[in-house]
Design a protein around this ligand. Structure first.
Ligand code: NAP
Ligand code: MG
Length: 404
């Protein structure tokens, strides 16, 4: 066959450990035989980050701003042990944090559903996508211990005027915490959520606890309502999807009873907690995709899981591993579908769809990696454990039939 053409390059961000190995195999086995891949390559592996004093991460983020679509492999966020292991010049910040700061984006996590792996919540038939606001609140809070005495919240405006409010008059030991957020960050979060809901045609639910936190959470509610009314209401009506605001406890109850097919926008802490709950309930972290969307509609696709270190150590000892490449494959397919859509290349978009279809059908027919075998229950199909490469080859042979 003639290979599928691309016009604009994808920003390709390579990564670390087992996912770096899978990255190359996915390209060799599933993409390059079918697509004349155009990518601008950035090596975000820890060795190269160290060599460039992390400049490569910033460059890849800037390239994403330029081209609009990126695909990223999982990367190591260094800790003390990694600094030693890789003999690093310093403890670099998380690449995802750097990229997110440049794109001012929101992360959306969506599960990949296959027939045979049932969510722990039997009513869930469609994906529940979680959007987490990734700025402020308790993640940037100032907290401390208090003893007998008064804790106050003091705000000084630019002219030096002070407003002071008593937090608590302590009789004995206790604790205090002050947190913040900015209207600008909340507005960006709102726009990313509304844009993404329109993109994937899912209703958007947003939840806070504004009945208790009238000013703080009330501000989130008000900003979302304003952005919706002024910029998105008509588009939502045209797309036939709804925006609903409700309390966090109400939305938790509704989510559990729902059949899925919802985009749930969460404040920072709620998103941290709920995304792990939802990911676990759908079965496996290895089947969870993640996309960073900027308020201007720039997309960076990746898997939600990490570099799968334990498998990598087995791999370098020469052992076969059965690491699940599905979320990384879907990062590639998501990026190619988006690139195809933006550049008007229907063949490329269709290839992304076919790659996803071939991957899902491979699992549904009983061929899968080890992590899924214990979860898979389908009448008449006995799950068979393949190693990573065999699994990728099984997907490729389905793709070959489609493109024969
Ligand atoms: P992890 O790489 O997600 O792996 C945790 C465990 O989950 C694995 O040991 C494995 O369990 C299972 N698992 C995860 N993905 C799998 C897959 N694709 N196939 C099969 N099993 C899978 O998390 P971690 O061990 O906490 O972190 C490792 C490194 O990844 C760290 O250096 C961290 O900084 C980095 N990280 C990067 C990102 C990112 O780039 N977005 C996100 C998270 C973590 P078994 O060992 O039981 O098989
Ligand atoms: Mg968490």
């Amino acid at each position: 066959m003639e290979k599928i053409k691309m016009t604009t390059p994808l920003v390709e961000m390579d990564g670390d450990e087992m996912t770096r190995i899978l990255w190359q195999w996915i390209k060799d086995i599933l993409i390059c035989p079918f697509v004349d891949l155009k990518s601008e390559y950035y090596d975000l592996g820890l060795v190269e980050r160290d060599k460039t004093d992390d400049k490569v991460t910033m460059d890849s983020a800037l390239a994403t701003l330029k081209y609009g679509v990126a695909v990223k492999c999982a990367t190591i966020t260094p800790n003390n042990q990694r600094v030693e292991e890789y003999n690093l010049k310093k403890m670099y910040k998380s690449p995802n944090g750097t990229i997110r700061a440049v794109l001012d984006g929101t992360v959306f996590r969506a599960p990949i559903l296959v027939d045979g792996i049932s969510p722990y919540i039997p009513t869930w038939k469609k994906p529940i996508v979680i959007a987490r606001h990734a700025y402020g609140d308790i993640y940037k809070a100032v907290d401390g211990k208090a003893g007998k005495g008064q804790a106050k919240l003091v705000y000084t405006d630019k002219d030096g005027n002070e407003v002071s409010e008593l937090i608590h008059d302590f009789n004995g030991d206790g604790i205090v915490c002050a947190m913040h957020n900015t209207d600008k960050s909340i507005e960006s979060f709102a726009r990313s959520c509304f844009n993404y809901a329109l993109d994937v045609k899912l209703p958007l639910w947003f939840s806070t606890k504004d009945t208790i936190s009238k000013i703080y959470d009330g501000n989130f509610k008000r900003i979302f309502a304003k952005v919706y009314e002024e910029e998105y209401k008509q588009k939502f009506e045209q797309a036939g999807i709804e925006y609903m605001y409700t309390l966090i406890d109400d939305v938790v109850a509704r989510i559990v009873r729902s059949e899925g097919g919802i985009l749930w926008a969460c404040k920072n802490y709620d998103g941290d907690v709920m995304s792990d709950m939802v990911a676990t309930a759908y079965g496996s972290l290895a089947m969870m995709t993640s996309v960073l969307v900027s308020p201007q509609g720039i997309y960076e696709y990746e898997a939600a899981h990490g570099t799968v270190t334990r498998h990598y150590y087995k791999y370098i000892k020469g052992e076969q591993t059965s690491t699940n490449p599905v979320a990384t494959i879907f990062a590639w397919s998501g990026a190619m579908k988006k690139r195809g859509e933006l550049d008007g290349l229907s063949d490329l978009t269709e290839f992304g769809e076919n790659l996803e279809k071939a991957t899902i059908e491979t699992i549904e027919s009983g061929e899968m990696t080890g992590d899924l075998v214990g979860l898979f229950k389908k009448q008449g199909v006995t799950p068979k454990k393949l190693n990573s490469k065999e699994f990728l080859q099984a997907i490729a042979s389905r793709l070959e039939k489609i493109y024969a």
